[in-house]
Design a protein around this ligand. Structure first.
Ligand SMILES: C[S@@+](CC[C@H](N)C(=O)[O-])C[C@H]1O[C@@H](n2cnc3c(N)ncnc32)[C@H](O)[C@@H]1O
Length: 391
């Protein structure tokens, strides 16, 4: 299926089910869809921990489960499937290139390098950090590489590493959002996890400057978005708020049991405070600033006292704190379960955002291929847009 048709079908489904993924159960005591789909809401709330964990860990299983209540959702399963790139085994550049890179990061870089294809053009490595990817490609593709990065310290460190390896790699300290000098005509632009507006500018500016080939793995799509996402491709009518766009990247690599317990407790305590706040004033949910980690090291009553002072609420009675803690855990149980439909749409939103970029490039005459460059457990941001134009 062509990217434009796939984007249109995905967009129809996202618009149809917007009420199920747009509201945030953390903020709303009962999202409106609970009234529209009472059986779904009741069955979600009745999920035991093992059932809930299984559906949270497996998006396809969650979509199958949800399809008994929201039948059209079944079509999402094929629309969000992305083929893995046929990886080329790395040519023998030796182990030395990667001495100082943490294991997971190194595996991501090697997977990206094995999935992108050498075009025989000089390379620009966009927002390249210490230039690990550029350094690897300089060795594997035997092309000169320019690594553009805003942080001069990272560039200096990258230069040291590239000199040690005698790579033909040059560092440019520049702001990717402002430079008019890069990328340049005929270059092959690569970008691994350039956030939000950084990857969008690469595509806009690069296409205008005559970049021949792009290999881009986007991330943090919400960075640089104002109130609403502005699609790059023409003809889209999906209005995504910044929070909607952020939803696409809230999926993280599965947390360890210890971290999961800590995350659950922090959410329960914040919701316990929210329950106290709602009872103490008649306003609905109000966002609050991030909470210092040290406040979670205390017990719940200490946490609640500190939150109440900071947010200008009357101090809670010590004898009532247990009641708010119980309320927080009850809400945490509900919020986690009522968030399942929202979470099941995360990948669909991400694929739509990536298709927006792919269709934009197609409209400009590029032949575009969308693949995944590694397993989602290595990084959830595993999508790779490869685009080539013949001029
Ligand atoms: C997530 S890191 C990715 C680094 C590298 N591509 C990698 O995968 O190891 C994003 C990089 O973008 C850089 N960056 C952020 N804003 C930038 C800007 N306006 N211009 C250039 N680089 C920027 C950051 O300093 C950081 O090194």
């Amino acid at each position: 299926m062509r990217s434009g048709e796939r984007q249109r079908q995905l967009e129809d489904l996202l618009r149809h089910y917007r009420d199920c993924w747009h509201p945030q159960p953390f903020r709303e005591l009962q999202p409106d869809w609970c009234l529209a789909y009472p059986a779904l809401s009741a069955d979600l709330l009745a999920l035991d921990q093992a059932q809930f964990d299984a559906l949270s860990a497996d998006n396809d299983a969650a979509l199958v489960w949800l399809a008994s209540y929201l039948p059209e959702i079944d079509a999402l399963r094929s629309l969000i499937r992305v083929a893995p790139a046929a990886a080329v085994p790395p040519s023998p550049v030796g182990e030395r290139w990667a001495w100082e890179i943490p294991g997971r990061k190194r595996a991501q870089i090697e997977a990206f390098a094995g999935s992108a294809r050498c075009s025989g053009q000089p390379v620009i490595d966009w927002c390249g950090g210490k230039g690990h990817l550029g350094r690897l490609l300089a060795g594997q593709w035997e092309q000169p590489v320019h690594t553009l990065e805003i942080d001069a310290v990272l560039c200096a460190e990258g230069e040291r590493l590239s000199l040690r390896q005698r790579a033909e790699q040059h560092f440019i300290v520049a702001d990717a959002l402002a430079t008019m000098d890069w990328p340049q005509r005929g270059q092959h632009a690569v970008a691994l996890h350039a956030c939000g507006e950084l990857h969008r500018r690469l595509l806009r500016q690069g296409a205008a400057q005559g970049v021949r080939r792009f290999d881009v793995a986007p991330c943090c799509y919400h960075r640089g978005v104002g109130d609403f996402y502005q699609p790059l491709s023409s003809g889209s009518a999906l209005a995504l708020t910044r929070d909607d766009v952020r939803l696409a990247v809230t999926e993280t690599v599965t947390a360890s049991p210890r971290l999961a317990r800590r995350r659950d407790r922090e959410m329960a305590w914040k919701l316990g405070f929210d329950a106290y706040r709602r009872a103490s004033s008649d306003a609905g949910y109000r966002t609050f600033r991030s909470v210092p980690a040290a406040w979670f090291a205390d017990d719940f009553s200490g946490f609640l006292q500190q939150m109440a002072v900071r947010e200008g609420l009357p101090a809670p009675l010590a004898a009532n704190c247990a009641q708010w803690e119980v309320a927080g855990w009850r809400r945490q149980h509900e919020v986690m379960r009522l968030s399942l439909p929202r979470q099941a749409f995360r990948r669909a939103l991400e694929i739509w955002l990536v298709l927006d970029l792919a269709v934009y490039l197609e409209e400009l005459g590029y032949a575009v291929n969308l693949q995944s460059f590694c397993a989602q457990r290595l990084t959830p941001r595993n999508l790779l847009i490869s685009a080539e134009r013949a001029d």
